[in-house]
Design a protein around this ligand. Sequence first.
Ligand SMILES: Cc1cc2nc3c(=O)[nH]c(=O)nc-3n(C[C@H](O)[C@H](O)[C@H](O)COP(=O)(O)OP(=O)(O)OC[C@H]3O[C@@H](n4cnc5c(N)ncnc54)[C@H](O)[C@@H]3O)c2cc1C
Length: 389
Amino acid sequence: MNNRRSQLVLLGAGLGHLQVLRDWSQRLHKGVELTVITPSPQPTYSPGLSAWVNGECQASDINIALEPWIKACGARWIQDRCIGLDVHARTIQLRNEPERLLHFDWLSINTGSSMGLQQLEDLLPGAKGRVLPVRPVEQFMDYWARALETAKQRRMAVGVIGAGAAGVELALALKRRLSDVKAQASVSLIAGDEHWLAAPGSRARRLAERALQQAHIQVLHQKCTQVGDGELCLDNGMRLACDLPIVTTGSMAPPWLRNSGLALDAHGYVAVNAHQQSTSHLRVFALGDVATRVDRPHAKNAAYALHAGQQHAQTLWAAIQGLDLKPIPTPRRLLQFMNTSDGRATVQWGDSCINAGWVLRWKRSRDEAQLAALRHTAEALPPPSTAVD
Ligand SMILES: Cc1cc2nc3c(=O)[nH]c(=O)nc-3n(C[C@H](O)[C@H](O)[C@H](O)COP(=O)(O)OP(=O)(O)OC[C@H]3O[C@@H](n4cnc5c(N)ncnc54)[C@H](O)[C@@H]3O)c2cc1C
């Protein structure tokens, strides 16, 4: 008789897997050996990042300690990064020990999107070693804390490359913080073209333009084509002085997915069905930014990542037991919040958009509730009777 326990590997501690750990700890599954692979002991809740950048909160307010969850689940934690995946051989290659391949029976991927240095260099020649990418978020936080100290001592020109929701929110947060510490600093937003954030003339766009203007942030409708020492080259020939180029654009699929054998979408993300299950490999699941629901593609953001994680623990357990899986409904629309770092926030749903102080309070209370649900507390420890075979 084979008594070997099934090996379930959670790759990445994104917003979905944190919920899996929470749910798993409340209902331990004895027949499964759980392994978590993720580099950071304290994954960051990224919707709160701008509140940390602008000084509204501390880093500890947006980090989630992983270890208590690992202990509560009786899981094994490998503090490392995946650099290779072979779904036919069912093995994972890790950065710190590339020669040792880790076996899995079941795999769930929640590593977010990637901003690898080589990927950035291909996108923006000269970027390697000169730009600060916003991902990995933990690394960004470390660098920004140091850059802020430098900005207190000498003039600094900051350039934020990419004007999606993350770029606009971050530019506003950086400017607010730099002003609060009385730094002699300018912030420019390199938007790429006229169609940044939302359609020109739309309410979301007008509100963002107003906030940027009031914060004295220069918006350039050009593309950055190259990064040089202390400058950015733009596609109209302009050279913009820049001491700290921050890249928020260019999130891509992790490069190690390319030769994994998994079915991928046109952009290289894991193609999954309504159960967040790979369309090519039934023992592999993916959720959050790294996955694309082929039945109902949707935006890649924290709101969807959190939503997909809600019943993922049950899905994994049902799959391992050979039970029917319940499809995960995708909400048509989710509210999108943006902290404008002026005591207000914007909330957008469909074509409607409001920017107000009460929206910031609403966003804060939602973020706090979400963080509380993802954080381990003593009460979250499972009573022994809840262990199931
Ligand atoms: C500045 C900024 C602001 C944002 N603001 C908002 C917002 O207000 N609202 C919103 O909805 N969305 C926001 N987003 C988008 C949001 O952050 C992402 O959509 C969301 O975090 C995706 O969640 P996830 O679970 O897929 O992965 P993530 O939260 O990215 O977590 C991935 C985890 O996997 C780990 N990991 C990465 N690579 C590997 C690897 N190779 N091996 C092992 N582990 C790995 C990482 O360390 C991390 O812990 C923002 C993004 C940024 C950058």
